[in-house]
Write a protein that binds this ligand. Sequence first.
Ligand SMILES: NC(=O)c1ccc[n+]([C@@H]2O[C@H](COP(=O)([O-])OP(=O)(O)OC[C@H]3O[C@@H](n4cnc5c(N)ncnc54)[C@H](OP(=O)(O)O)[C@@H]3O)[C@@H](O)[C@H]2O)c1
Length: 241
Amino acid sequence: MNLKDKIAVVTGGSSGIGQAICIALAKEGCKVVFTYNTNEKGADETLKKLNDDSYKFKVDLQNEEDIKNLFDFVKEKFGKLDILVNNAGYSKSGDIFDLKLWSRALNTNVLGYITVIKYAKNIINEGKILNISSVYAEDKVAWPGKAADAASKSAINNLTRTIAKEFAPKINVNAIAPGYVDTRLWDEFSPEIKNEAKTELLIGRLIKPSEIAEMATAIIKNDAMTGEVVVVDGGLSLKTV
Ligand SMILES: NC(=O)c1ccc[n+]([C@@H]2O[C@H](COP(=O)([O-])OP(=O)(O)OC[C@H]3O[C@@H](n4cnc5c(N)ncnc54)[C@H](OP(=O)(O)O)[C@@H]3O)[C@@H](O)[C@H]2O)c1
């Protein structure tokens, strides 16, 4: 897919990975509509780096009306959608029995993602869907306190494979499973934990958001790939047993 003048929606474009994906898609020539929820200042910074005819839109993924309004706006402005990047997510750590944490993770990351896809599907005839998952979603990767986040991202991997079949052949659906990416998400941890985390990656550092965005554009451009979860984790999951 040539991305010039394509219409893209990216959720969670106000910081981190989502912001980097918005900028990377804009460099390829896309018109980007991206969402923010609480961080309007970050959204304004993203918007400055995008092409003309790009927009920010406030959406809480836990609110179906917000999501419907987003795609009504895209339909009214552009009449269609070519690319959806489901990136916004709730990834806080916490007690395994904190049911509020589970509820928020599952509502945002599972119901939120599928609700976004539901409304996007009405206006994508042919195109690409990319979900941002996590390295915690599969294989033998785990971190105490991350159960709700990891379970929600496992659901996203399965959703990616299932809808790749359901939406074929017109819409390709893939996911990226990032390892530790240097974003605000790490603010909840102490500098000591952040430093220790770096040593777990074979590359010896956290991944840059732009490195996830590079993979995102490569996947979106590729027309032969669907149903895949691509791990970009700096070697985090490659353990010696
Ligand atoms: N950083 C990592 O190490 C890492 C690793 C694996 C996977 N991921 C995944 O990558 C994605 C992006 O995270 P990030 O690292 O870039 O963190 P981030 O900078 O904190 O970005 C999170 C984004 O999600 C949005 N968001 C959160 N809850 C929302 C809600 N209820 N409704 C709408 N938007 C909501 C935030 O919007 P506002 O700030 O405007 O409220 C923000 O734009 C997430 O899905 C995360 O799970 C990150």
